[in-house]
Design a binder for this molecule. Sequence first.
Ligand code: FES
Length: 549
Amino acid sequence: MSIADDPDRAPARSHLYAMGMSEEEMRRPAVGIATTWTGTMPCNLTHRELAAHVAEGVRAAGGTPMEFNTIAVSDNLTMNTPGMRTSLVSREVIADSIELMGLAHGFDALVAIVGCDKTVPAAIMALARLDVPSVVLYSGSMMPGRWRGRDVTIQDMWEALGERAVGRLDQAELDDLAKHACPGAGTCAAQYTANTMGGVADFLGLAPFGVGDVPAVAADKNAAARRVGEIAMEALARDARPSRVLTADALHNAIVSVAAMGGSTNAVLHLLAIAREANLPLEIDEIGEVCRRVPIITGLKPSGGDYTALDLWRAGGTSLVARRLLEAGLLRENVTLVDGRTLAEVAADAEETPGQQVVRTAAEPFKRRGALAILRGSLAPDGCVLKLGGKADFRHEGPARVYDSEAACTAAIDAGLIVPGDVIVVRYEGPAGGPGMREMLSITGPLVGRGLGDTVALVTDGRFSGVSHGLVIGHVAPEAYHGGPIALVRDGDTVIVDSAAGTLDLVVPEAELAERRAAWRRPERAVERGVLSKYVITVGSASDGAVTI
Ligand code: FES
């Protein structure tokens, strides 16, 4: 019985009247519209406007929209600050807050408007828990900036720090680049984490293909948002709930999309977390297997080439990627898409711009090997993630340079203490140890900027920005805080990375390791109260997606 007709719900009706709602509107399906708007970053700046257009679409299709907001944390603004600890934690808070609102209000359907990195997996996790017909609206990428005649993104900003350090740029040039790198609202402008996860939402079937590609400030975005409101009502009519959309085959397709588009290492964490929320079995090695056989077919920064998200949209977007992957037999077709189309229809609808250079075929890809590899070995018994970035397989053997925090490592790089051949080990930066598994962009950016990106390996139980590249291995599990082997490494120990063999090994005799293990003591926790303290207690291993359930 609706609120309008239940005699005992008169007190609830009084509050809906207070918002200007009619009884007829109370009888219509209630569609929750979750936005992750905050005024603290460009990434999600358009969400309130988009929510208004989604609401229009819901109303036009016979529903009653009800908007609500969650938090969001910018990775870029918090990078290399204590605030970076909050980024991955925010994924859990956003998921929990959307879930709570859904449980509280009993929405008949939901639209989640997402943008910045953690907001995308967070919303999908919440929608999987609530399991009412749901649509994800990815708010879209930022336009690239222009500087000295070339397209630039936030990646150029971070690498410019390293160039300044070695005297290739001065401070005035760095400041000038900062004024041009990010020209307006939207998510970081190439295949970094946010756009990777936007693609995941498409290939999971939860976001309509062709909507997320549209850049945040493009004129077509508001109309696309209105259409998403209508799709939510259609999904309600078809009972297209996440348990029917987010299937094992859809998850497989999403993993393929990450590999084929040269996606971010963070996608590994998020795919594992989404799988757990959807009760789907997924082991970290399965992601590695897909990445081993699926080539990178888009020429997007940072792994495939030099193109930006704007270029992908102009070329034909993720629909065109779907067409190419279907042609190569790399996708599973027995999936339900939230807008009712089949994958074959999406592929047929794709509008390829004649002469486009951004999306290739699987037979003639940009890179033969996917962007990621999963390694295991004596240094990472539960697995870790190598950001291969489309490089050929490689073997790197070198002496460990061990740092117990990101800041200590950054200082060593600045002091010129890192030399070609080294293996930097940064630990106590894992999900519980950090806490929050900080992104190591303040290390990888300067390494690349100093010309050490191909000769120095970085091994950490922390994680990486989608912008990061180089010989980088993160998500090492078990993490140092829980006494994983990474806690036992000492300066000068030999570490071997072998991507072809899929191994990461510490070359220290077992007897010596046993002595070190016996002497090891867990360090004092960095935080003792508040949300981060709760997170330390509840968060699981990175190899399980660092979820808090
Ligand atoms: Fe928000 Fe990059 S920091 S998308």
